[in-house]
Each structure stands twice: as structure tokens, then as C-alpha cells.
Design a protein around this ligand. Structure first.
Ligand code: SF4
Length: 273
């Protein structure tokens, strides 16, 4: 096997792995091309209809799907129950995986990092953007900051599987720079749809970039934390990004994060340790 073929196979395998992590359980072998730049809502809506069983749902390993069958135009409808939302989320992740709205990010990412968790959870954490570890593994918050987030979740009496975790943008900015305004704007539609489908009872924005983008404000995280805000009617708390709490940065801020978490737990009706 020549090197180009090996590289392409490796990339394809990585792409499928990232879709699996994002919850995608099936995909068309040769779908009609989806126009991701002009009509994502229609494609997402088509996915929702597929979720209702209006089309066959092959597994990832299934290869017997006629070309163009899956994404034929179907009537749009809001997915209502958990199963429909789970499937619509998978379809959204599939659409995001092929997104090229941000040219630089699409050209430099290893893969998109959609999110992890199940719809219907009580709490959704929203971070800034994938870093190097996340870009390599296709899952948000898996590096050092992710380990710290796991500890915060455990201190709250929950497991990582009990919450949903995503980022404002789904592709790693080169050099881990902050997302640009137009990149956050490009990805906003995906984020809003994602949160709508997960439908958490509470949101927690991690760090100033996530909080400012989510809430549409320029206030600093220092001013935003310590109280509740609302994102489309969902009570939202903001706190410091776990990366900011790492030993070489500001570990003294851990106590502020814990204060924010205690406020959140109390509002959620959960025991506060
Ligand atoms: S950051 Fe979002 S909008 Fe930009 S290319 Fe990635 S998935 Fe598309």
C-alpha cells in the first residue's frame, strides 16, 4: 500500500471514530452532497425526519445504501422525544464533520470535535474550542483541562457521562488561539441546535470566551461569574475555564469555581458537598 493511500485510510478511520464519539451510529455510504454553507437547517431537518423512521437507518458498517437515498427532501419537524433528539444530534454531528465554513480551521483541523454526552441530561458545559488533545481524539475536554473538569464534575457528585460537554466552535484554532468572531458566528447555528436538541436544564459556560459568546456580552468572566444568566430561557452560570486553574496559571481560582458550582448545585436541587 503506498503512503498516500495509507494516509487517506488513516484520515477516514479517524473521521469515522470522531463521528462515533459524537454519537453518530449510522451514515450513508454515498449520500447526495449536502450544501453546508447555505441550507444547514434543511439538512438538519431532513435528519430529524430520518430519525422518525421515514428512511432506512443503516449502521456504520452497512454498505448497501443506494446513492442519494438518505438525504432526499422530507418535511421538517421538531424532534420531540429523547430518541428523536438523539438521532437528530447524530445527524447534526455528521453535518458538522463535513463543515468548511471557516476555511482556515477546516484546512488545519484533524477532525471536528462536536460534543460528548446524551440528550436529556440536566447539565451542559460549554467551553471555548478544541485544543491539540481534543483535535487528535475528537472529544472535548480530554487534555489536562479536561482531567480537571472531570474532577469538578466528580466533586459535584456526578460522572462525566451524566453531563453533556461541547464547545462554542467545533474545530481547533491553529496554535490554540482564541476563536475569531466570525468563526464563532459561523458555528453559532450548530451550537444553538445542539443545545436545543440536548435540552439541558442548566448550562455552565467555562471561561470568558465561552461565556461572552454564549451570552452575547463583553463583560469579563470575573463579572459574569457568581450569578445566574439566561440563555434562551436556560439558567446559565459562568465560571473560570479549567485550563485557567492549572498549576502554572491561577490555581487559587479553584475556590471561586467551587463557589459557582455550589450555587449551581443548589439551584439544581442537588446535594451541595
Ligand atoms: S468551527 Fe464550526 S463553522 Fe467553523 S468550520 Fe468548524 S464546524 Fe464549521
Amino acid at each position: 500500500m503506498d503512503n498516500d493511500r495509507k494516509r487517506l485510510l488513516g484520515q477516514a478511520r479517524q473521521h469515522v471514530d470522531s463521528l462515533r464519539l459524537a454519537g453518530v451510529e449510522w451514515m450513508p455510504v454515498a449520500p447526495r452532497p449536502i450544501d453546508l454553507t447555505s441550507r444547514p437547517n434543511e439538512d438538519i431537518a431532513a435528519g430529524a425526519a430520518i430519525a422518525r423512521g421515514e428512511h432506512a437507518k443503516p449502521s456504520l458498517g452497512n454498505t448497501a445504501i443506494p446513492e442519494g437515498e438518505l438525504f432526499d427532501t422530507v418535511e421538517a419537524a421538531e424532534p420531540a422525544n429523547l430518541e428523536e433528539r438523539r438521532t437528530a444530534l447524530s445527524v447534526l454531528a455528521h453535518a458538522v464533520a463535513g463543515c468548511t465554513r471557516c476555511k482556515e480551521l477546516a484546512a488545519t483541523r484533524t477532525q471536528t470535535v462536536f460534543g460528548v454526552g446524551k440528550p436529556g441530561v440536566d447539565l451542559c458545559f460549554v467551553g471555548e474550542a478544541p485544543g491539540a488533545d481534543e483535535d487528535a481524539q475528537g472529544e472535548p475536554f480530554v487534555g489536562a483541562a479536561g482531567q480537571l473538569l472531570n474532577k469538578i464534575i466528580a466533586a459535584c457528585g456526578m460522572k462525566r457521562e451524566d453531563v453533556y460537554i461541547c464547545n462554542i466552535i467545533k474545530c481547533r484554532p491553529p496554535g490554540n488561539r482564541a476563536p475569531l468572531a466570525d468563526e464563532a458566528g459561523n458555528c453559532r447555528e450548530y451550537l444553538e441546535k445542539q443545545i436545543e436538541l440536548v435540552r439541558p436544564r442548566f448550562l455552565c459556560a467555562l471561561g470568558s470566551t465561552a461565556a461572552q459568546n454564549l451570552l452575547g456580552t463583553t463583560q469579563s468572566i470575573g463579572k459574569l461569574r457568581g450569578r445566574f444568566h439566561s440563555f434562551k430561557g436556560i439558567p446559565t452560570i459562568c465560571t473560570y475555564h479549567p485550563a485557567y486553574l492549572l498549576p502554572h496559571r491561577s490555581p487559587d481560582k479553584k475556590k471561586d469555581v467551587w463557589e459557582d458550582m455550589k450555587m449551581l448545585l443548589s439551584r439544581m436541587g442537588r446535594p451541595v458537598g
